[in-house]
Design a protein around this ligand. Structure first.
Ligand SMILES: [Zn+2]
Ligand SMILES: [Zn+2]
Length: 185
């Protein structure tokens, strides 16, 4: 024998808890993403810690944990350290002013928008990006980020000045997600 009224009150409370928990998770994620973006846009760990009144260690942990788990050679480039001439996106040629974020590999860069376009090209050859081409298996072109070639499980797409494979695109997407950066395309 269960009291229906009490039961429905209990169920409503349970629903409130799960909503609150979900909101808390989202707020935490947003907090972390924004701290990383502050750092990416040029603020020092010390400045961020002081402005938010949290410890340096906490901020340091957040900004260094970003992307370190994926692959050491791929990382987001802080806008402050971008120079227009030296660091254009290897796929569309956009420089500092044209991009929100660049991801750097060994001497090569890709912007957030091109990451999304490359993914489209990998899914659908007849995509809207005439400058992007899938690299044939017979080609000697390698992924500029990991140096691997097109193979059974690896698609490589070439842009204007660089190539990237599907595995490295996935890593780029994870890095962008850590910063809460969505491509505009
Ligand atoms: Zn680009
Ligand atoms: Zn690669």
């Amino acid at each position: 024998m269960i009291n229906e009224q009490l039961l429905s009150g209990t169920l409503a409370a349970a629903k409130d808890i799960s909503t609150a928990e979900r909101n808390l998770e989202q707020a935490k994620e947003k907090y972390c993403q924004n701290i990383r973006r502050l750092h990416l846009s040029g603020a020092s760990v010390r400045e961020i810690a002081e402005a938010l009144n949290v410890s340096h260690q906490r901020v340091h942990q957040l900004v260094t944990n970003a992307s370190s788990g994926w692959r050491e050679s791929l990382r987001a480039v802080p806008k402050e350290t971008m120079t227009d001439k030296k660091m254009p996106c290897g796929f569309c040629g956009a420089g500092k002013d044209g991009v929100e974020a660049l991801i750097a590999g060994p001497g090569v860069y890709i912007c957030a928008d091109c990451t999304a376009i490359v993914e489209d090209v990998m899914i659908d050859q007849t995509s809207r990006a005439p400058n992007f081409k899938t690299v044939e298996r017979s080609s000697k072109l390698r992924c500029s980020f990991c140096s691997k070639r097109t193979g059974r499980d690896r698609n490589v797409v070439a842009g204007v000045n660089a190539q990237i494979c599907n595995e490295c695109v996935e890593i780029c997407k994870k890095i962008l997600k850590e910063y809460g950066i969505a491509s505009k395309t």
